[in-house]
Design a protein around this ligand. Sequence first.
Ligand SMILES: Cc1cc2nc3c(=O)[nH]c(=O)nc-3n(C[C@H](O)[C@H](O)[C@H](O)COP(=O)(O)OP(=O)(O)OC[C@H]3O[C@@H](n4cnc5c(N)ncnc54)[C@H](O)[C@@H]3O)c2cc1C
Length: 421
Amino acid sequence: MAISRRQFITLTGAATLSLASGHAFGQPSKGRVVVIGGGFGGATAARYIRKLDPAIEVTLLEPNPHYITCPMGNAVMAGFVDLKSITHGYGGLRDQHGVMVIHDLAVDIDPVAKKVRLQGGDTLAYDRLVVSPGIDFRWHEIDGYDQTTSELMPHAWKAGNQIQLLKKQLHAMPDGGVAVVSVPKWPFRCPPGPYERASLMAYYLKQHKPRCKILIMDSNPEFPKAHLFKRGWEEMYPGMVEWISSERGGGVVQVRAGEGVLINGDGEATRADVASVIPPQQAAKIAQIADLVDSSGWCPITPTTFESTRHADIHVIGDSAIAKPMPKSGFAANSQAKVVALAIVAYFNGEAPGKPSLINTCFSFIAPDHAVSISGVYRLGEQGLEGVRGSGGKTFFSGDVAAEARIAKSWYKNIIADTFG
Ligand SMILES: Cc1cc2nc3c(=O)[nH]c(=O)nc-3n(C[C@H](O)[C@H](O)[C@H](O)COP(=O)(O)OP(=O)(O)OC[C@H]3O[C@@H](n4cnc5c(N)ncnc54)[C@H](O)[C@@H]3O)c2cc1C
C-alpha cells in the first residue's frame, strides 16, 4: 500500500506505540480488521478488539482529526456546555491501544477481494471489516432543503459547525420571535433529540428573550418520553413550547429558507425567525456505495454478530444498521460495537460467537438540572433482537429529575472514556 506523508506521520505514532503491544515482541498477527468511522460505534469496536486480543491488527479510518459528539450538542446550543468539552481526539486509541488511525475517507469497499479504497488513493486489505459511518441526509426530500439551505436553517444533526451556527442564530433571535424544530419521519438518529433541542431552546430563551415561542413541527403522531417532556415544558416554560403532531399538520414538506418559511402537507406556511430543520435520514454514503443497504436505505444485519446480510465478513453497527428495537443512539452503537468486538475476537481464535446482550439509555435534558431517561436491555429472541421483558423503563413521573441530570453528565464522561480510551 502506498502511504501519503500525512498518513505516514499518523501511522508512525501508531507503530511507535505498537512497539509496546504484542506485535513488537514477535507475536504473530492473528488477522487484520479495518474499521470505517471513528464515532461511537467504530471507535469502541477498534478499542475493544485491541483490548480483548492485542494480536489482532486494527486500523481505524476517520477523515476528521477530532470527533465532536452530538450528545451534549443541544447543551452547547443553549450555552451551558462548551464545544471544547465535547471534542475528542484519537490519541488514546492510538497511543494506549495500538490502533492504527488513518485520517482518510473510505470511498469504496470490494467485499470479494476484501479491500477498502481510500480517498487519498490507498487501498487497505482486511480479514474483517467493521462499518460504522453514521447517517447521511435525504436531501431534497423536503422541497427546497439541501446542503446550501441548511446553512440558513441548520439541522445540527451531525455535530460541529452546524451546532455553532444554530447557537448563533438562537442567540441573535429577536424577543417575541418564533423558533421551529422540524422533525422527520422515523427512523432517525436520536429519537428524543428534537424534543431535547426544543426544551433547551426554551431554557435559553426564557432567560434572555422570554416572549419567544418554540414550535415543534413533527412528521410523527407521537414521540418518546412525551409525558415527561410535556410536564417539564408546563412546569418550566409555560406557554413557550408547542408540539404540532403529524395529525395536526406538523410535517414539513417544503421550505423557503431565504424567507424563513416552512410549509406543511396542507400548504400552510409558518414563518420562523430560527428554524432547525432535521431532514429525513439514511445510512451514510459509504454504506450506500458498498451495497450494504436494502430498499429502506439502512443496513440489514444478523443480530448475533451484526454481520451484514448482504456481504460476508462485514459487520455494520451504529446508526447505519437496522437493529430494531434498539434506537439509533451513541449508547446503542457503543453496545453493538462490543458485541462485534467479541464476535471478531472469537472468529480469529476459532471460537463460536456468544449470544448477544445489549443495552441502551437515552438521557434528555429539559434544563441543565432537569433530565429524563428511557432505558432498554436487549437480547436475541426468535424474531431477532427483542427487549428483555421487565428491564429498562422511563423516569418515573415523580422521579428525581435533578439526580437524572447528574447521572446524564456522568454517563457522558463514562461513555467518552469507554469509546475513546
Ligand atoms: C442532537 C443530538 C443529540 C444526541 N444525544 C445523544 C445522547 O444523549 N445519547 C446517545 O446515546 N446518543 C445521542 N445522539 C445520537 C448519537 O450521536 C448517534 O446515535 C451516534 O453518534 C451514532 O454512532 P455511529 O458510530 O453510528 O455514527 P457517528 O457517531 O456519526 O460516527 C460516524 C463516523 O464515521 C465517519 N465516517 C463517515 N463516513 C466515513 C467514511 N466513508 N470513511 C471513514 N469514516 C467515515 C464520520 O466522520 C463519523 O466520525 C444524539 C444525536 C443528536 C443529533
